[in-house]
Ligand binder design. Structure first.
Ligand code: BGC
Ligand code: NOJ
Length: 819
């Protein structure tokens, strides 16, 4: 078992010491509008707001070799050509290191006493990636060498860029001015944006045509111009435009040279696009952008500003527990990942091509749960964008494009769980901020302003969308899918290529597109878990009759679940469209599923009959493995046409008995809720990436962020991670560890502190900024229990219960004693 680097917690960095990680280990630059993905060998790409519609540089997914396309610096000294990040030349380096930090990455390479340290970051409020290259002669003789930069432009629409070659090979256009190369494809006609790549020094040449620079039959690892030791000054005219600077540099022993490159994006007003000649790009805005970071001093200030912004964000919640790995996840990496998932939903990662999916409705609502404390105003804006894509009957577009903010009609709606997440995320926002005014905000339906209603109305239609769509057992209809996109009970697909999420079998056409028999127990349990938030909101607003009516629906749902969906030792998963049980001990395969269980336990469904403990014990017995909880057991070994996509995956992968880390968190929460802190922590530590660092060669994906899935016990690659970064796992595990295990949980009335920790812990401390005040919380566990607040004091005064009242400002000492 092997690791490939180490955590540098003081600098909030993961330090990678070998370029050949088991998979490219990436970072994200930018948190606002300009984004870059960057791997530990400088692969990756940039885009503005939307990875599909506004792609700035090109990347080659699923390439051989892996991870091709990036921002590359080539150094040629004598006959040796190398890159600071090792790839794409793959020349053996004398030293290599990649430090992924909060919004920046530093890659350092050394070869023959020449050191190149490249810092990449997207400054705050800036639409560009800054790349600072520091070259140092560490030898004892003078060195003369050549430096080439490289970026390949994408022709904006990433989907079109990799398919429509008959057009695109003729449209590419650039302009060159001094040391700046401008990419202006389609700017002449319908686009009002361009990109540029610049360096803050004179150059000795450039290339803007890819085939001239690389050579038609060469690769990124042996560009012809670099081999020849000279740029060709090529000028792109169609084909594939690139930007490459060329410079000859001499350094005395001990001497350093710093160059600052900027890859920028500019939008122009239509009537200001051109200079007087009506052809040349108006570069006023670009010049101003270049001016902002054209010296090492300005770069240092920009980096300092970025670091300060992250220190501030990460200061909102900070813990000190007996376990360094917990601190590292909670204080640094889990929060960082929550920012990334909040920004990008499931759109652009090394497993999501940026052209497949926009912002998911359920995904983005859940992402808010882990992010809302960081920048509540941005969460509020997102909630409004999401709710604006909702339909008047409470149904929702399943996705929208971030650039247009319009619901995506290709995928449409009818995912049975979608509306419920909106209630949960709006509640989380109110609990965090105390800002009840969001309920009065006028929010359109279907992006139509004339159909705007207060946000509260959106919650009401969400709640009643479930109540109004029940099946024969009084359980919510399963529709096309629920949270599990791969349980498609109305699909019955027998033709390759049909999308399990959008195809519905014609036999359900008459019923409106999906079976009126198939029911989801998962949505039932989610309803009873989420519903009380809606009731709480109504009560706060003094709408007691409406609150009572909603509560009655929740109670009825609980009764229906106990009546028809408790299988004796756990909850069923669904009723299929034939009215047969799914996820029952009576089933041949897929006898037990993870998804409904945690929500049912936390809703206390059947608690009086001991359903909660029986269920949790069954999960331990049937789903627990050494690498986490599998989604279902036994795995499906053949295709069940009545279940859909789930049974198309080989056993142990993805939704078919993979360890889906997202819903592991629901069980962690439920174990903590039930007071079983030891179990909660066991499950938490099985999947938290920092705990898997030692087995990086098996785990494969980054040890600092969660992936969507770890292969389950039925897979030959048991323990192997996939689909890292963009997953609801980030938000839900943030919730699980901070709000359920450590128990620091915002509520409507204040901040609750009700931990459920391993009994061995003596306690922990936490700092939490909350609604304008800072709480310094000390939790003591003298009796070594898992859960139970014996006493709580705030600024020395005893408080009844375990909710810190909302003190509004100042710093307060909170002491909690368990026992
Ligand atoms: C995947 C799911 C995903 C769905 C929609 C399926 O193939 O297994 O995890 O949510 O596609 O993109
Ligand atoms: C990934 C999707 O993004 C998410 O929406 C879904 O809940 C899970 N897969 C499970 O299918």
């Amino acid at each position: 078992m092997k690791k490939f680097g180490y955590f540098d917690d003081a600098r909030k960095e993961y330090v990678i010491q070998s370029p050949q990680t088991p998979y490219p280990w990436i970072n994200y630059l930018g948190t606002q509008a300009f984004f870059s993905l960057i791997s530990n060998t400088a692969g990756g790409y940039s885009f503005y707001k939307d990875a599909r519609l506004r792609r700035i540089t090109r990347y080659r997914y699923n390439n051989v070799p892996i991870d091709m396309g990036g921002r590359y610096f080539y150094i040629k000294e004598g006959e040796t050509v190398w890159n600071p990040g090792w790839s794409p030349c793959k020349t053996k380096l004398d030293f290599y290191e990649c430090r992924h930090g909060m919004g920046y990455t530093v890659i350092t390479g050394k070869k023959n006493d020449l050191k190149a340290e490249v810092t990449f970051f997207v400054p705050q409020n800036y639409d560009g990636e800054v790349q600072q290259v520091v070259l140092t002669n560490e030898g004892s003789a003078a060195k003369t060498f050549k430096l080439f930069s490289f970026a390949e432009w994408c022709l904006w629409d990433a989907q079109d860029d990799c398919t429509n070659f008959q057009r695109n090979f003729s449209t590419g256009r650039v302009e060159v001015e001094g040391s700046t190369i401008y990419h202006k494809t389609e700017y002449r006609d319908r686009r009002d944006h361009f990109a540029f790549y610049t360096v803050n020094d004179t150059v000795d040449g450039y290339d803007t045509d890819r085939d001239s620079f690389i050579g038609l039959y060469n690769g990124f690892g042996d560009p012809q111009a670099v081999t020849d030791g000279k740029a060709t000054d090529s000028f792109a005219d169609g084909w594939s435009p690139i930007a490459s600077h060329y410079k000859e540099i001499t350094l005395q022993p001990g001497e350093s040279k710093t160059l600052v490159f900027i890859l920028g994006y500019v939008e122009m007003k239509v009537d200001e696009k051109f200079e007087a000649d009506g052809v040349t790009i108006n570069k006023v805005k670009a010049h101003a952008m270049i001016e902002q970071y054209n010296t090492p001093e300005k770069v240092a200030a920009g980096l300092a500003e970025l670091r300060a912004a992250w220190d501030k964000l990460l200061g909102i919640l900070n813990v000190n527990t007996p376990d360094d790995k917990v601190d590292r996840m909670v204080n640094i990496w889990n929060q960082y990942q929550c920012m990334v998932t909040f920004n990008l939903s499931r759109s652009a990662s090394y497993f999501e091509s940026g052209i497949g999916r926009g912002m998911g409705f359920r995904d983005s609502n859940q992402d808010i749960l882990g992010f809302v404390h960081q920048i509540p105003d941005r969460a509020r804006e997102r909630l409004i964008d999401l709710a604006s894509t909702q339909l008047e009957d409470g149904g929702c577009y399943h996705q929208y494009q971030p650039l247009t903010k319009k619901g995506n009609s290709d995928i449409g709606g009818d995912f049975s769980d979608d509306p419920l997440w909106m209630i949960l995320s709006v509640s989380a926002y109110i609990k965090e901020t105390g800002d009840w005014s969001i309920l009065d905000a006028m929010v359109p339906y279907d992006n139509d302003e004339s159909k705007a209603k207060p946000m509260l109305d959106h919650l009401t239609v969400s709640f009643y969308h479930i109540v109004n769509n029940l099946g024969p057992h009084g359980l919510p209809l399963a529709m096309r899918a629920d949270w599990n996109d791969c349980i498609n009970l109305s699909c019955f697909s027998d033709t390759p290529g049909e999308s399990f999420q959008t195809y519905t079998n014609p036999k359900f056409k008459a019923e409106g597109g999906y079976s009126k028999i198939a029911e989801s127990v998962m949505v039932a349990a989610l309803f009873t878990y989420v519903g009380p938030n809606y009731v709480g909101i109504l009560k706060h607003l003094g709408k007691d009759a409406e609150a009572a009516a909603a509560q009655a629906e929740i109670d009825k749902m609980k009764a229906n679940v106990m009546e028809s969906a408790f299988d004796g030792e756990w909850f069923l998963r669904a009723y299929d469209s034939n009215g047969e049980k799914m996820g029952s001990k009576e089933c041949e395969e897929g006898k037990i599923f993870i998804e409904p269980q945690g929500f049912a336990v936390m809703s206390e469904i059947g608690k009086e009959q001991g359903a909660d403990i029986k269920t949790l014990d069954s999960i331990d017995k049937y789903l627990n493995t050494k690498y986490g909880l599998v989604l279902n057991n036994p795995a499906f070994s053949r295709y069940y046409i009545q279940y859909g996509e789930i049974s198309t995956y080989p056993g142990g992968y993805k939704e078919n008995a993979g360890i889906f880390t997202h819903n592991n968190a629901w069980i962690i929460c439920a174990e903590a809720y039930a007071g079983r802190g030891d179990k909660a922590f066991e499950y938490y530590s099985k999947i938290a990436p920092a705990f898997n660092e030692e087995i990086s060669d098996l785990h494969k994906t980054e040890p600092y962020v969660y992936g969507q899935m770890i292969a389950g016990k039925d897979a030959s690659r048991f323990g192997e991670g996939k689909n890292s970064w963009l997953t609801g796992t980030a938000a839900w595990n943030m919730v699980a560890i901070s709000q359920y295990i450590l128990g620091v949980q915002p509520d409507f009335d204040g901040l609750r502190v009700d931990p459920s920790i391993p009994h061995a812990w003596d306690g922990f401390t936490a700092t939490r900024q909350f609604r304008g005040a800072t709480y310094r919380i000390t939790v003591k566990n003298p009796d070594h229990v898992c859960k139970g607040v014996k006493s709580m004091t705030v600024d020395g005064k005893a408080v009844d219960g375990c909710i810190i009242p909302d003190l509004g400002s100042g710093e307060h000492q909170v002491e909690v004693v368990l026992g």
